[in-house]
Ligand binder design. Structure first.
Ligand SMILES: *Cc1c(COP(=O)(O)O)cnc(C)c1O
Length: 463
């Protein structure tokens, strides 16, 4: 399977190439050149399959010749064997209509582990014969950094340098990064903001000599392999609830549009998905885009669901590509207009086409907190703020949908203890398997918010 750039000027790549490239060289995002299409029998065949078996089946068509079937099977086995629940992503019933799909049983308690645990191993496999190590560099305001570190720690052939703004990530988030005891993990606390840290990463990527010397790479959410890995749990949950013979709706707490786009891919492959509910917080660019055609940058509002506090949803470009009939020239022009003006008017015909599947709802902090409290009282489940936003949106739309509605529980409540306690009066406990972060020593260097200081640090790392 070849993968094409949404903007059409970069050359198509196979799965290995698209995984290692991340962003396309023309600024676009890689997508498979066609969506694989399964018949009903292919879904029925997965009724008794484990998560890892489902992953191998779903990823097979995308991976193509980049991996032998036995290699793919071994990589998914390794990626998901470290999860704390035997079902990997268990479904939990809330009432006669609503289910939770728990995506927080991985090492860092958020759904990003599902993609990154596999992505780290894909990098390791694809680069196993390379002489010099790959240096993965990133800036994080919390969740992605710990998931990326957990994915790369101890793997041969690569190291990770993760920048975070000193004093501006929560203690749990910081300790999840700094207590990882692996020689190839390097944490850097930057004396500055998250934007400063991100600007440093950009500056290092924009220095061709430095980039080549350290074989710099990134594992951010525009990487196609991450999205492909997320298609798996839609299929796994859908089949368990009766697909292909019964349609299922999914409600997805959304930031960068990566997770919900994976649901769209499952639908394109033939999974009967009756609706994809795009749940946003007060940062509602997606809700405005999908309900009024107004895709325009707003001002960032900090909320109790920080992983959804975004102004621009980078993966939305992949849906826009399909809505533009996969015409890269038209899409590139639309994106250039957006990048210049900060706004894009989505033509009504395209918006209506998207609305056949996507339903967008904005949920504010008050409704999020009420949903947390109600769900604990009614079903005994302690949600995290992101998942509560998804469930609030699902409840609003339940009357307009048929069949089961699955809300993606994207993080464990203990990742966001303050907001959960404020809404419910209950202090969520960290699961025992991660509570050790409070006992282990932290490893982190402090550097000024200057690209040259970080470059010198990386140059000084042992090879
Ligand atoms: C990253 C994240 C999201 C948003 O996912 P996207 O793929 O960016 O839409 C939602 N919830 C949690 C807990 C996250 O970490």
């Amino acid at each position: 399977m070849q993968h094409v750039s949404t903007r059409g000027a970069a050359r198509p790549l196979d799965f290995r190439g698209a995984t290692l490239a991340g962003l396309a060289s023309d600024g676009g995002l890689y997508v498979p050149e066609t969506w694989p299409r399964w018949d009903a029998g292919a879904f029925r065949d997965l009724r008794d399959a484990s998560y890892a078996e489902t992953a191998a089946a779903v990823l097979g068509p995308f991976v193509g010749d980049s991996l032998k079937p036995a290699e793919l099977a071994a990589l998914v086995d390794a990626a998901y064997s470290g999860f704390a629940h035997a079902a990997v992503t268990p479904l939990v019933q809330l009432d006669h209509r609503h289910w939770l799909l728990e995506l927080h049983h991985g090492p860092t308690l958020a759904f990003k582990d599902l993609a990154l645990q596999l992505l780290g191993r894909l990098f390791g496999h694809f680069l196993r014969d390379e002489p010099a190590p790959l240096t993965i560099i990133g800036a994080t305001s919390g969740d992605t950094g710990s998931a990326a570190i957990a994915a790369v720690a101890g793997l041969p052939g690569m190291r990770i340098v993760m920048l975070h703004p000193e004093g501006r990530v929560s203690e749990v988030q910081r300790r999840q990064m700094t207590t990882v005891d692996a020689a190839n993990v390097h944490n850097v606390a930057i004396a500055g903001s998250f934007d400063d840290a991100q600007a440093i990463v950009k500056a290092l990527f924009n220095d061709p000599a430095f980039r080549a010397r350290h074989r710099l790479s990134a594992v951010n959410s525009i990487n196609w392999a991450r999205l492909a890995a997320q298609v798996v749990y839609y299929v796994y949950a859908g089949v368990r609830l009766g697909a292909p013979d019964r349609p299922v709706a999914f409600a997805v707490p959304t930031g960068n549009f990566g997770d919900v786009f994976a649901g769209y891919v499952a639908h394109q492959m033939g999974l009967p998905v009756s609706a994809l509910i795009v749940a946003t917080n007060e940062n509602d660019i997606l809700a405005r885009a999908l309900s009024a055609g107004d895709y325009s940058r707003g001002t960032l509002q900090p909320t109790a669901s920080p992983s959804m506090d975004i102004q621009v949803s980078s993966n939305f470009e992949r849906l826009l590509f399909d809505l533009h009939g996969r015409d890269p020239t038209a899409l590139a022009a639309a994106m250039a207009g957006f990048e210049a003006t900060g706004r894009m008017a989505i033509p009504e015909a395209m918006r209506l086409e998207a609305a056949q599947l996507f339903r967008a709802e904005r949920v504010d902090m008050g409704e999020m907190a009420a949903t947390l409290a109600h769900t604990l009282a009614a079903s005994g489940q302690l949600l995290d703020p992101h998942s509560a936003i998804g469930l609030a949106a699902a409840r609003r739309l339940a009357g307009t949908l048929e069949g089961p509605i699955v809300t993606l529980a994207t993080a464990h409540a203990a990742k966001f203890p303050a907001a959960v306690e404020a809404a419910t009066g209950v202090h969520p406990m960290l699961p025992a398997r991660v509570a050790g972060i409070f006992d282990r020593p932290e490893r982190c260097v402090r550097l000024p918010a200057e690209a040259c200081a970080v470059a010198a640090f990386i140059d000084g790392l042992p090879a």
